[in-house]
Every structure is written in structure tokens, then in C-alpha cells.
Design a protein around this ligand. Structure first.
Ligand SMILES: Nc1nc2c(ncn2[C@@H]2O[C@H](COP(=O)(O)OP(=O)(O)OP(=O)(O)O)[C@@H](O)[C@H]2O)c(=O)[nH]1
Length: 364
């Protein structure tokens, strides 16, 4: 089961994941951020890859925050358990010393990290998942080397693909033409993410923290940005797919060319006009995630559930979902459910036809 409908997310501490390829400017940005009032009582977790904890020393100059450095390996592959342990230890230490509880957490990943497993850990680790909720993923892209890095490194594409916001750094090093080429390249991978230009880490903290999830529904539309994606709808009345057809959909021949690393980022928005019965939603997502979960980098949705006044915000990474967050009625005024899928090579038809499969008229 991928969804649990009855968890209260209101009191969870927001977590921002700061990602971006090696040298993209994460530490430079973090050093500026930690001096701003919005970062008061923040916990900063830095994942250094290798022996030299230089990043740690830079950020630790600020005494307003607790900084935890994790240097035993890459956060995304070797030390996921350490993330939970380190955050837990930091929380306990603050409590012991009678300090303020953390207001938020910023996790700076290594430049080589695929962020999906880190988001996964936040959702699946029992201790973390009961105390923290993902606020957003911010990805930094070096304006000078961005395109060549994206072409050469799968991790870099994944970082861009799952981001809620893209920060184009080192814009002082490139001309307008190069910058706009990078912007188009990034928009092709992640059409919804807002792009901001940053020089030498100068950016208001509000653009990094507390800006991504619908948070009480105020910014639901801005969070989903459904209109940025190619739109697909259920293909009602067609026969449900055969297992053979599903296999074909999972390795589509059309769409953007595969990169050297076999990555084929495809994103689209699936809209459903009628309210969705909760059991259909659950069965559909269950089957979808068990068949294609490892190819689905991220899902965001605002869903109108049949028989329920408040729409729900859904938010998933691979086959794991955050507890759905109830939104105010205004967040889905037209009653249309919208699901944004960011995938590695999943054809929209795989999603739509599986949905059709669960429609009552066809189940017979
Ligand atoms: N010219 C210029 N240099 C920058 C800018 N932002 C960062 N740098 C420089 O780029 C280099 C890398 O920046 P970092 O902040 O260490 O990058 P990082 O993403 O933390 O790097 P890793 O820890 O290797 O992943 C440093 O020498 C920075 O001073 C910028 O806007 N313009």
C-alpha cells in the first residue's frame, strides 16, 4: 500500500534538500543563507564525500545553528541510516541543553548524490518520517558548466528533474546567450521548476526554504505548476492494457533521445475530471508504483477524492508517498485532479491506461 490517508502532517518540521553537481555553489549559498533570520534555529546537515570536511568548517562559522557533518560516504548510497541517527543525535543534544527545537532542517547533499534515495529516506525512516516532512528540493546548476555536466552525468539530470526550484549559479561567468541556452535545456528536463539566477550565493532565504509544498494550501497551484507539463487524460472506453502492452510502454521508442547514461526524463500532467474514489486511487497508485516505481522519480498531485470536500496534496518519490495533506477547498476549485509525473522513460499511456483499468465500467 502506498498511501495512508490519516496522518496529520501539520506539526512536522520542514526539510529542504539542497542539491547540485560538484562545485555548483552549494556551500557558497549555504554560507550566505545561514546568516539570515529565516534560518534561525535551523539544523544544517552536510554530507561531505571524502576526508576533508571543509564545507563543514565554512558553515560552522555561524553559531546560530547546529551543523552536523556526515563524512563516512555518500548520503545517497552508503549511509542512509546515518542521516536518521545524526539528526536524532542533534535533536537530543539541543533538548539536553535546553535549546530551542529546530525550526527546520537543510540537508546539503554531495555533488554526486542522486537525491531520490535521500527523499526516500526522509519518507521511510520511521523516526524521521514521524517528525519531518520534505519542504522542497532546491537544485543548483553551474551556468558555466551546466550543459556539459547534464550531458555527461546521470546524477546531475536527476537532481534537476526532481527539483522544485533551480538556482542558476555563477551567472557572472557567462553571457546572456549561454544563459538562455542553459535555461531552455533545464526547462526541457524540468518544465515546472522556477529558475532563479544567483551570484556568489546572494539569495534571500525565502527562495530556498518554505517555498515549495502547498503549506496549508495557500500556494497549491504554484507548487504543482500543472500547466507547465504536457497534459494527458484518461482514455476512457479503451480496453485495459495487456501485460505485453505494458512492457512496451515501459521501454518507449518515442520521446527524447536517451542520454549516454540511459536516462530519458519524461514529465507530464495527468488530469482526471471526475472526483476519484479513494479505493481506485489507492489501487491505481499501488499497481503503478509496483510496476514502474523505480522509473518514477517524483509524483506531485492535487486530488479531488469522491465524497470528500477537501482536496488532498500527494507527494511521492519512486514507490513511496508522503502522507496526503488535506488542502482547503479553494485549492481545487474546478474539482479536477491533477497528477504531475516526472519519470525516467515512462510513457504517459502507461499511467492513463492503468487508470482506465480500474474504472468500474471496465472492471467487469
Ligand atoms: N564566479 C563565481 N564563482 C562562484 C559563484 N558561486 C560559487 N563560486 C565558486 O565556485 C566554487 C565552488 O563553489 P562551492 O560553493 O564550494 O560549490 P559546492 O557545490 O559546495 O561544491 P562541492 O562541495 O564540490 O559539491 C568556489 O570556488 C566558489 O567560490 C558565483 O556566483 N560566481
Amino acid at each position: 500500500m502506498v498511501l495512508c490517508m490519516n496522518v496529520d502532517t501539520a506539526d512536522l518540521i520542514p526539510v529542504t534538500v539542497l542539491t547540485g553537481f560538484l562545485g555548483s555553489g552549494k556551500t557558497t549559498l549555504l554560507n550566505r543563507l545561514v546568516r539570515q533570520p529565516a534560518m534561525k534555529d535551523a539544523l544544517v546537515v552536510i554530507n561531505e564525500f571524502g576526508d576533508i570536511g571543509l564545507d563543514h568548517r565554512l558553515v560552522a562559522e555561524s553559531d546560530e545553528h547546529t551543523v552536523v557533518e556526515m563524512s563516512s560516504g555518500c548520503l545517497c548510497c552508503t549511509i542512509r541510516g546515518d542521516l536518521s541517527r545524526n539528526v536524532q543525535q542533534a535533536c537530543e543534544a539541543v533538548e539536553r541543553e535546553g535549546g530551542q527545537p529546530f525550526s527546520r532542517v537543510i540537508i546539503e547533499t554531495t555533488g554526486l548524490a542522486d537525491p531520490a534515495p535521500i527523499l526516500h529516506t526522509l519518507m521511510t525512516d520511521h523516526w524521521l518520517a514521524h517528525r519531518f516532512a520534505l519542504d522542497g528540493v532546491i537544485c543548483l546548476v553551474d551556468s558555466a558548466s551546466g550543459i556539459s555536466t547534464l550531458n555527461a552525468h546521470r546524477e546531475s539530470q536527476r537532481q534537476v528533474a526532481v527539483a522544485d526550484r533551480l538556482l542558476l549559479t555563477k551567472t557572472d561567468l557567462v553571457d546572456e546567450e549561454r544563459l538562455s541556452r542553459l535555461a531552455s535545456h533545464l526547462a526541457a528536463i524540468n518544465p515546472a521548476a522556477e529558475q532563479l539566477q544567483v551570484r556568489h550565493g546572494e539569495l534571500a532565504a525565502e527562495y530556498v526554504v518554505g517555498s515549495s509544498l502547498p503549506a496549508k494550501g495557500q500556494r497549491a497551484e504554484g507548487w504543482l505548476r500543472a500547466a507547465s507539463y504536457a497534459q494527458v487524460s484518461p482514455a476512457m472506453g479503451m480496453a485495459p492494457p495487456t501485460p505485453g502492452a505494458l512492457v512496451t510502454m515501459m521501454a518507449p521508442a518515442s520521446g527524447p533521445a536517451l542520454t549516454r547514461h540511459g536516462e530519458q526524463i519524461r514529465s507530464f500532467c495527468f488530469t482526471v475530471e471526475q472526483p476519484i474514489a479513494p479505493e481506485i486511487l489507492e489501487d491505481w497508485l499501488d499497481l503503478l508504483m509496483s510496476l514502474l516505481g523505480d522509473k518514477i522519480l517524483r509524483v506531485k498531485a492535487i486530488v479531488k477524492i469522491a465524497g470528500r470536500e477537501q482536496p488532498l496534496a500527494l507527494h511521492g518519490v519512486q514507490h513511496i508517498f508522503h502522507p496526503p495533506e488535506p488542502l482547503p477547498v479553494e485549492a481545487c476549485r474546478d474539482g479536477v485532479s491533477r497528477f504531475v509525473f516526472i519519470t525516467n522513460g515512462v510513457a504517459p499511456e502507461a499511467v492513463t491506461q492503468l487508470f482506465d483499468y480500474f474504472q468500474p465500467a471496465q472492471a467487469t
